[in-house]
Design a protein around this ligand. Structure first.
Ligand code: NAP
Length: 356
């Protein structure tokens, strides 16, 4: 039985990857920060919490990293843990650089010392392309990060490549473009849209209020992105791969898809900030715009930074290498993703733990 150590086990991807690896017969070790609190609602939701062996873990603590890897002796490590808020990245750039960048070095050094045969996956991000110059972006596209989250991730990305080249560690980066799911935090733009549509449908919310609905994103379904992470570590040679849908859609399209999934065909009226999304059956305004910083959502904040800096091209991933070598390609469309998310929010509307 293979052993996998997953950092970021409490997060969206950690939960789906755990489920996937358990299905493959792995012994899954969940590296858990603040283990006294056991924030494992996503694992509980998937009904897999009792199958995971939790180990206390903190990316900032090199001693803890060494002790954890030495104790578990995993075959594979998936580093999904990160400081993922762009708002916090701007407020705490030093901490973010430490956790998203330097901690990758700590992990790889620990692997090199304890057992260089351990395979390593690093969760890199399409946000590293930042102010994009080339459309679409692939593994060879120059990085141009525009915020402390992405610059730190770029450090982790290059450190992973460096340990692969210099020490022949089986280390891979997945350059992951945005991916959401019902397990994603609701403060993400897709999460806010889905949550609001469910609330409106149930009559507990009046409208959805957002900032910029014109920016585009390459958005996939987290449940299938985790398979690509595993596939990377099963190849003969380690390498980096873009994992994306290859399509971009605007937030406006996301809103329409979410409303469509509950039978509302929104109509738009007005211009600029005065534009409104109206339910033609009731005449009620269901979407309104407000000029405000999209406070806690990494992707929308990154897009805001991009548009402020004159980079208007949307990030769009070219996943052809993953398709050719890993045999991976996305199947869930953004419309299906919103259907899945809205259905979940409708079903669990009364369960605060699953909504927040
Ligand atoms: P997420 O839901 O925000 O989860 C982040 C995880 O990191 C949580 O389990 C968190 O633990 C853990 N963590 C944070 N700081 C830590 C520390 N100092 N020590 C140990 N653990 C720590 O993230 P996600 O959406 O699953 O994303 C997974 C990875 O993919 C991340 O590295 C992210 O940057 C990358 N990525 C995600 C996307 C996306 O669209 N989701 C796109 C590109 C790349 P707590 O529960 O204790 O806070």
């Amino acid at each position: 039985m293979k052993k996998a150590l997953i950092t970021g086990i409490t997060g969206q991807d950690g939960a789906y990857l755990s489920q996937f690896l358990l299905g493959k017969g792995y012994e899954v070790y969940g590296a858990l920060r603040r283990s006294e609190e056991m924030n494992i609602s996503r694992l509980k939701f998937l009904g897999i919490d009792s199958q995971i062996k939790f180990v206390p873990f903190e990316l900032a603590d090199i001693i803890n990293i060494y002790k954890t890897i030495d104790r578990v002796q995993p075959d594979e490590i998936y580093n999904l843990a990160a400081q993922t808020s762009i708002r916090i990245a701007f407020e705490e750039p030093g901490y973010t650089t430490d956790i998203n960048g330097i901690a990758v070095l700590r992990l790889l050094e620990a692997i090199r010392s304890i057992n260089p045969k351990i395979k390593f996956f690093q969760a890199s991000t399409g946000d590293m392309f930042g102010k994009v110059q080339v459309m679409p972006q692939n593994e060879g596209t120059p990085l141009n990060p525009l915020n402390p989250y992405a610059t730190a991730k770029a450090l982790g990305h290059w450190t992973t490549a460096n340990y692969r080249e210099a020490y022949e560690i089986f280390a891979c980066s997945g350059i992951l473009f945005d991916h959401d799911s019902p397990l994603r935090i609701h403060q993400s733009v897709p999460g806010m849209i889905s949550n609001a549509v469910a609330g409106i449908k149930m009559g507990v919310q009046d409208k959805l209020i957002l900032g910029n609905i014109e920016f585009s994103r390459d958005l996939g379904y987290a449940g299938e992105y985790v398979e690509a992470m595993w596939l990377m570590l099963q190849q003969d040679k380690p390498d980096d791969y873009v994992i994306a849908t290859g399509e971009t859609h605007t937030v406006r399209e996301f809103i329409e898809a979410a409303f469509n999934s509950v039978g509302v065909k929104l109509e738009w009226s007005g211009k600029g900030l005065d534009e409104k999304g109206i339910d033609p059956k009731t005449g009620k305004i269901r979407v309104a715009l407000e000029l405000r910083f999209p406070s806690v959502n990494p992707a929308s904040a990154a897009a805001l930074v991009r548009s402020h800096s004159g980079a208007t091209k949307p990030a769009q991933g070219d996943y052809s290498k993953a398709k050719k070598i890993l045999g991976w390609e996305p199947k869930v469309t953004y419309k299906e993703l919103f259907k899945i998310m809205v259905e979940h929010d409708l079903k669990h509307a009364s369960n605060k733990e699953l909504r927040d």
